[in-house]
Write a protein that binds this ligand. Structure first.
Ligand code: TYM
Length: 323
């Protein structure tokens, strides 16, 4: 089986963008690949964060992923900082990463602008650590959302530079996009993300869900109930496509284009369907949050087996480099 690697930041609750852009795809790939999933705490420190919340966030990221369906019996789940070889290899790979390429990364440009006072080298070399995350396990397949594709393309280049110098040691990783690789935020203008505060988290209660959906942007041509709308221009319809049945999609399309139903009714159907997706995840999360030992054991077991693989790769890399 080919090895698959992917990661997620412990940046608070996981949202619908993470779920449909990445996690739901990860779940489908369990059993088809040798899967490793990582909670990337070293990446999360590249922007200002609350140190007192970090352990809680890491724990919750693990719980969220398991609750969403990432079965620890079928994959390894661990925390990045528990395997020191990630940063060791990142240093080596930084010597094969071109500064021009790093400064062209969209995420670097956005985040260094967003956190001007805190624009640091970690933010700049973020994709190098990401490359090391994958390469330390000789990962070949990397399922991600669209926003990470640029980083995986760069990872290929960094690995290629390394291999050109020292022989074919690290495989060039390939991204695997989910069928829904870019989920827009509730504002309808930006990608869904926690930092934009335009997200629906995977654990919203029904009341919280409605509070977020009710004011969310729809097709701006629908000013009054009698104005027909165009689902193709409505962000709510893009959400419907994620969670609603074919019959409901038909009903909503017809209702919207003929002004037969209003945005309120359309959002009610959407809210019901999001709620049906979220409820079992929320219930499982509630149970797991109380089962600390189980979750910590999953992370410890994951780190232990990952350390073994990481050590072997590091030995091979150092030997090839004359270190
Ligand atoms: P992160 O934590 O930002 O996101 C985790 C995964 O969720 C996807 N995603 C989305 N997909 C579609 N629409 C959205 N609105 C949306 N928001 C997030 C992301 O594409 C990602 O797949 N740098 C990575 C973590 C990482 C990593 C790695 C990934 C570190 N090392 C090695 C792959 C391989 C990140 O910040 O993901």
């Amino acid at each position: 089986m080919k090895r698959l690697f992917s990661g997620i930041q412990p940046s608070g609750t996981i949202h619908i963008g993470n779920y449909f852009g990445a996690i739901s795809n990860w779940i489908k790939l369990l059993g088809k690949y040798d899967c490793i999933f990582c909670i990337v705490d070293y990446h999360a420190i590249t922007i200002p964060y609350d140190k007192d919340m970090m352990q809680q966030r890491i724990f919750e990221a693990a719980v969220d992923n398991i609750s969403a369906g990432l079965d620890p019996e079928k994959c390894k789940i661990f925390v990045q900082s528990h395997v020191p070889e990630h940063t060791e290899l990142a240093w080596i790979l930084s010597c094969f990463s071109r500064m021009g390429e790093l400064s062209r990364m969209t995420q670097f440009k956005q985040k260094s602008e967003q956190h001007k006072a805190h624009a640091n080298c970690g933010l700049y070399t973020y994709p190098v650590l990401q490359t090391a995350d994958i390469a330390i396990y000789k990962g070949e397949v990397v399922p991600v959302g669209e926003d990470q594709v640029q980083h995986i393309e760069l990872a290929r280049e960094i690995v290629r530079n390394f291999n050109t110098a020292f022989g074919d040691i690290l495989p060039e990783p390939a991204e695997l996009l989910s069928p829904t690789p870019r989920i827009m935020g509730l504002d309808g203008d930006n990608k869904m993300s926690k930092s934009m505060n335009n997200h629906i988290s995977l654990t919203e209660t029904d009341e919280e869900l409605w509070k977020k959906l009710a004011p969310a942007k729809t097709d701006t041509n629908r000013q009054r109930l009698k104005d027909p709308g165009d689902p193709a221009k409505c962000n709510m319809f893009s959400y419907h496509k994620l969670v609603s049945s074919d019959d409901e999609l038909k009903q909503v399309t017809e209702g919207c284009t003929t002004a037969g139903i209003g945005c309120f009714d359309c959002k009610k159907i959407l809210c019901k369907n999001f709620s049906e997706l979220i409820r079992p995840i929320r219930d499982k999360k509630e149970k797991l949050m109380k089962d600390r030992d189980y979750v910590l054991n999953v992370l410890n077991d994951g780190a232990e087996s990952c350390r073994k693989i990481a050590k072997e790769t590091m030995n091979e890399v150092k030997k090839a480099m004359g270190l």
